[in-house]
Each structure stands twice: as C-alpha cells, then as structure tokens.
Design a binder for this molecule. Structure first.
Ligand code: SF4
Length: 511
C-alpha cells in the first residue's frame, strides 16, 4: 500500500511541476500500525494517518500547492489538531523513548548517508581509533545492557567470555530469526535502520577479536533481507566493512544467511547449526558458543535489538544508558503490542514503565470500553499477567517473578471476553508444531499436554486432568533440552496460577 501511495504521489508531483522541490523519502516503520500508512510532510511535520491512494490528490493540491493542512487526515490526538506537529508530540509517542528505534521512520534505510548524518558509524570510528577492545567491553558492561532476545543475559559479560576464548578464528552472529507470533520488533529495526546492526556487529567483532559476522534472518522478511543487502553493499563501498576499516588494522565483514521459518532456529545453538548448513537442531550446552560455537569456533551471538543499542551506548556513554530503566534492567525495551488494545503497534519504553502506562497512556486503552483482563508477554515462552498486577513495573525480574518473561517483546492484551484456557492452548499448539523433535520431554510431553488441554476445552476433562497437566508442565520445564521446550509450559503454568478457576469451570461444565 505504501509503495502504491509513493508511486501515486510521485506521479502527481511531476504533473504539478513539484518533483524538483518535493523529495519523497521512504522510511521504515513509525510503530503506530493502527494508523498506517503514515505520511509526514516537512517542514510542517504534518503527520497524516491511514492515508490511501485516493487521498493523495487532496494532499498534493491542498497541502503542497496551497499550503493548507488536510485536517481530516491528521492523527486524531488533540495536540495534532491545531496545527500539525511532529510525531514526538503525539500521545502514542510522547511517553516512549526511542533508543533502539531512534532512526526507524526517520531515515531512508537504503541511504547510508542518512544514517551517517544521524551519527551513524561515529561509534565505530571512536572504538577503532580511541578505544582498546577491553575498553569497549568494559563500556558495555558498565551500561548494564542485557540481551533483548529473551533470557536477559548481561551483554558485556557475554562479550567478555567470547573475547577470552583463544582461537585462530572467531565469529559474531546476529539472531534476526524473530519467530514469536505477533512479534516484529527486530523486523522493524532491520527494515528501518539496518546500518545500526552492521555498525554494532563490527564493534563487537573488534571487541572480541573476530573478523567475520553472520546475520541469520528469516526469509519471510523479504524487505529486511533486501535492505540488509543494500546496507552491506553500501558499508563495503564506504570502507565501513571489509579490510582495514578507518585505515586501521582491523578487518571485518558480514554475510547473510536466510532461515526457512523454523521457530527453533531462534535458539542460539540451533541457529548456528543451521548457518553451518545442517538441520537446525539445538545442541547440548556446555560447551557454550563463546567457547565452541559456529564451526566449533568461539562465537558471540546477540539479537537485533541488543545490537541496535550498542552504537548509542558508545556515543552517549554507559552512564547515560544506565541512567534509564530500573536497578537491574537498564535502558529501554521495544514491545510489539497487539490483541485487544486501541493502538496496536511497536512501542519502545524505558524499563520500569508499568503495564498500565503501556495499555492506557500509550495503547489508548481497551476497545469498546471492555475491562482489561491479562497481558501475555514473551510469546509462546512467556506467561499471562493478570489485571491485579497492572501496576507492576516492566523489567526482566518483575516479569519472571510473575511467572512470565520479557522474551523478545511480544505483548498481547486480553479483555474480559478472552478465555485464558484457550489462550494457553493457542500458544501450546504453536510450540507443539515447532518442536524439533530431538528430545522426548518436548517432542512427546508437549503433545500430551495439548491432548489434555483439548479434552478440558471440549468439556470432557476431569479435575484430575488439571493436576496431571500441571505435573507434566513442571517436569517438561525441568527436562527439555533447549529453551523452546523448557519454556513451552509457561503459558499453561501462568494461567493455572492466576486463572485456575477458568480451568475448573471448563471441567465442571462437562458435556
Ligand atoms: Fe527440540 Fe523441543 Fe528438545 Fe528443544 S526442547 S531440542 S525444540 S525437542
């Protein structure tokens, strides 16, 4: 749709003789999916939403020719009503803090110069010319950055382990195999700001002593793949990838590897096995990737959002980053907010923001005046947080205490009409489909759990089935080989913890 709008706009600009004066810049995602497609016209900063091809003639004739704002297309927020204002002044955005998403929707991701104009590759220059590898690692440690892919392991420590491993060859990998249903944070960064990932991986290569990087990206993200390819070519052309970067002795290059859509390939050892050209199955750990990873060499693996934070940490300093967030969870986190909420989209918030602020202040509340019931965080690996915990500050530890997890950042909102047993079943069906089958607890156990859940939801269950389900869930959590199986029971365990009465209602309502 956006491409058609841009084509129609270009045609009309030519017809009105405005094509030399007005430049169309195609950007990445603004985050406000609910109101897309969005067009911002500068210098006024008029933000038009839900634009269609049919609206384009009016925008050209009224705004561009006569200088009159097309009020009916402006974002509905009060602040935008007087005169069009910049995105930062719109309700959905002004509670957010865009660090990882700083360039998304702002720059043309296919033009390296726009990235450079916003301090792009400045951090790499600083690192290569002013810092030792150990100083880079200390900076990342000091920032308190934790992995944004799920488990929240301290990033600086991970870099330290990879740097300490002695080998003739090391690798830096980027996990861009975002597979949680409803999650699209990494996709947005790759499509809107691919150079931030390339710059960060190159910094990581310098810090750990690697000269080759791989980005493992889903083939289902064709725009991300295309923009990454363009970005890699441009970075090579500008001497920012390849031999002797910035005239130093340091050389580093990056290649893409496309994933075929298996959820398990988002697990770090399965991802590396897949890059090696084998079937993407997890390996037992230890040895950990920092010691023996890709092609049996020490490997550093972080996800897209983690990398997107690195250049800003170097540029603004670790103290700046550590000043955002909570005591143990620093910085911001991007969430893909969906489900029963008015403003679906991507939001980036400082750690410690409450669920209530996300749902009501940023998300615009629950549609049709319905009551908020629960939020599912962390996708199929996470759990459900009930309305009674709506004022919990969102960070790694508080979510884990509640039986959920940060995960990669899926946030699905449920209202009073949602059945929590059905929600648990939805996620379990997903993990059963995606189990690689290597270990019995996951291959067989998740299927048995699903059978019990189906029995319960069909009104054929007994109270004893609920106990069996709980016992099985706890034992799979402890015995499965990889994160996929170990976290598969989470949606069941968290709904049993907070919504057991709904399970009981199903078995009492026997058919
Ligand atoms: Fe495969 Fe599941 Fe075992 Fe992981 S837990 S290795 S996905 S079968």
């Amino acid at each position: 749709k956006s491409i058609e709008i841009a084509e129609s706009l270009q045609k009309l600009l030519v017809e009105h003789g405005l094509d030399k004066e007005v430049k169309i810049v195609k950007t990445g995602c603004f985050g406000l999916c609910e109101k897309g497609p969005i067009m911002v016209i500068y210098p006024e900063g008029a933000t038009y939403c839900k634009v269609s091809v049919e609206d384009v003639p009016e925008i050209v004739e009224e705004h561009l020719v006569k200088g009159r704002i097309v009020k009916r297309l402006l974002l509905g927020d009060k602040e935008a009503e007087d005169v069009a204002k910049s995105l930062e002044n719109v309700g959905f955005f002004n509670r957010q803090m865009r660090v990882a998403l700083r360039n998304c929707g702002v720059i043309n991701p296919e033009n390296i110069e726009e990235y450079i104009a916003r301090d792009g590759y400045k951090a790499l220059a600083k690192v290569l010319t002013e810092m030792t590898p150990q100083e880079v690692i200390e900076t990342i440690k000091k920032s308190g950055l934790r992995g944004r892919g799920g488990a929240g392991f301290p990033t600086g420590l991970k870099w330290q382990f990879a740097a300490q491993s002695q080998a003739d060859q090391k690798y830096v990998c980027c996990n861009a195999d975002e597979g949680d249903p409803g999650a699209f944070m990494d996709r947005s960064v790759l499509e809107g700001d691919p150079h931030s990932v390339l710059e960060a991986m190159t910094i990581a290569g310098y810090a750990i002593g690697a000269n080759q990087g791989y980005i493992y990206v889903r083939a289902e993200y064709p725009i991300a793949v295309q923009r990454l390819r363009i970005a890699i070519d441009q970075a090579r052309e500008y001497g920012l990838l390849g031999k002797n970067i910035f005239g130093t002795d340091f050389s580093f290059d990056i290649d893409l590897r496309l994933g075929a859509g298996a959820f398990v390939c988002g697990e770090e050892t399965a991802l590396m096995t897949s890059i090696e050209g084998k079937r993407g199955e997890p390996r037992t750990r230890p040895p950990f990737p920092a010691v023996k990873g890709l092609f049996e060499k020490p490997t550093l693996l972080n996800n897209v959002e983690t990398y997107a934070n690195i250049p800003v940490i170097i540029n603004n300093g670790p103290e700046w980053f550590a000043s955002i967030g909570t005591e143990k969870s620093k910085g911001t986190k991007v969430f893909a907010v969906g489900g029963k909420i008015n403003n679906t989209g991507l939001v980036e918030i400082p750690m410690g923001t409450t669920l209530r602020e996300v749902i009501y202040d940023i998300g615009g509340g629950i549609p049709n005046g319905k009551k908020f019931k629960a939020a599912q965080t962390g996708g199929p690996s996470g759990g459900c947080i009930p309305a009674s915990h709506i004022d919990t500050p969102i960070d790694y530890d508080s979510l884990t205490e509640l039986g959920s997890m940060m995960g990669s950042g899926g946030l699905i909102i449920m209202d009073e009409d949602n059945c929590m047993v059905d929600i648990a079943k939805f996620f379990l069906e997903f993990t059963v489909d995606e189990s690689c089958g290597k270990c019995p607890p996951c291959r067989i156990g998740t299927k048995r759990m699903l059978e019990i859940l189906e029995k319960i939801t069909q009104g054929k269950g007994e109270e004893s089935d609920i106990e069996k389900l709980e016992t099985l869930a706890n034992s799979i959590k402890k015995s499965a080989l990889c994160g996929l199986g170990q976290t598969a029971p989470n949606p069941i365990l968290s709904t049993l913890r907070y919504f057991r009465d709904e399970y009981i209602a199903h078995v009492k309502d026997k058919k």
